[in-house]
Write a protein that binds this ligand. Structure first.
Ligand code: NDP
Length: 240
């Protein structure tokens, strides 16, 4: 039986690696994205993975987009909530717009995507919901009150969803990457990036493929007893 996986933000960065890894593991994969048509077209041409454009911040668009994916590829068995943005600013300078943009995408986006697939997962008695949270949701970060709040919220979502889904064969788990070498991190000024790498015991950034590996593990049919968990993949960047 071929299972269908839907990856949000699945055509670039960590999401692209997740889409490819799931395809290689035998899933039929749909990759959602927000607006970068060029990257999505290139990704689709290179991988043969179908891409779908809508914003996870828009509930109605998510419902319609998921319905289209399911009509094309079959019911979504595995949902990877990966789409995420940053709008960094020290708190005293953070605008309400910066707050809402990040919460709407990173936190409400998870609700918007998971809510429409949940009834089908319950009916079919199988589902895997995986959220890409962040080390900064676990420990907080200077100039990321909005981002850290959204990513900490993701951890509350999986712990609660896990309890609701457990008897219906649905698991919900989070992955907290440390710093991974994608556009998001390469956009950070080089000096800041160097100081970040100096704090990572592994002495390097992680790769998108190292996060994708965790997703494939959690998505598996025989991973059903791992529920409500958080996997940290951060090069031994411990924190208290
Ligand atoms: P990138 O900026 O490289 O890619 C982000 C992806 O999310 C893009 O595909 C983008 O679409 C998509 N996206 C953004 N907003 C929306 C939206 N509203 N609706 C649908 N898709 C959207 O990010 P990364 O790959 O670095 O990050 C992926 C996830 O991992 C994020 O949730 C991030 O917070 C998290 N993370 C990343 C870390 C890192 O070090 N890179 C560390 C910890 C967590 P488009 O291509 O159209 O722009």
């Amino acid at each position: 039986m071929t299972r269908t996986a839907l990856v949000t933000g699945g055509s670039r960065g960590i999401g692209a690696a997740i889409s490819v890894a799931l395809k290689e593991a035998g899933y039929t994969v749909a990759a959602n994205y927000a607006g970068n048509d060029e990257a999505a077209a290139k990704f689709s041409a290179e991988t043969g993975i179908k891409t779908y454009k809508w914003s996870v911040a828009d509930y109605d668009a998510c419902k319609a987009g998921i319905a289209q994916v399911e009509a094309d590829l079959g019911p979504v068995d595995v949902l990877v909530n990966n789409a995420g943005i940053t709008r960094d600013a020290p708190f005293h300078k953070m605008t309400p717009q910066q707050w809402h943009d990040v919460i709407d995408t990173n936190l409400t986006g998870v609700f918007n995507m998971t809510h429409p697939v949940w009834p089908g997962m319950r009916e079919r008695k199988f589902g895997r919901v995986i959220i890409i949270s962040s080390i900064n949701g676990q420990k907080g970060q200077f100039a990321q009150v909005n981002y850290a709040a959204s990513k900490a919220g993701d951890l509350g979502i999986v712990k609660s969803l896990a309890q609701e889904g457990a008897r219906a064969g649905i698991t919900a788990n989070a992955i907290c990457p440390g710093y991974i070498g994608t556009d998001m991190v390469m956009a950070v000024p080089e000096k800041v990036r160097e100081s970040i790498i100096a704090q990572i015991p592994a002495g390097r950034l992680g790769t998108p493929e190292e996060i994708a590996r965790c997703v494939v593990f959690l998505a598996a049919d025989d991973a059903g007893f791992i529920n409500g968990s958080t996997i940290s993949a951060n090069g031994a960047q411990f924190f208290v």
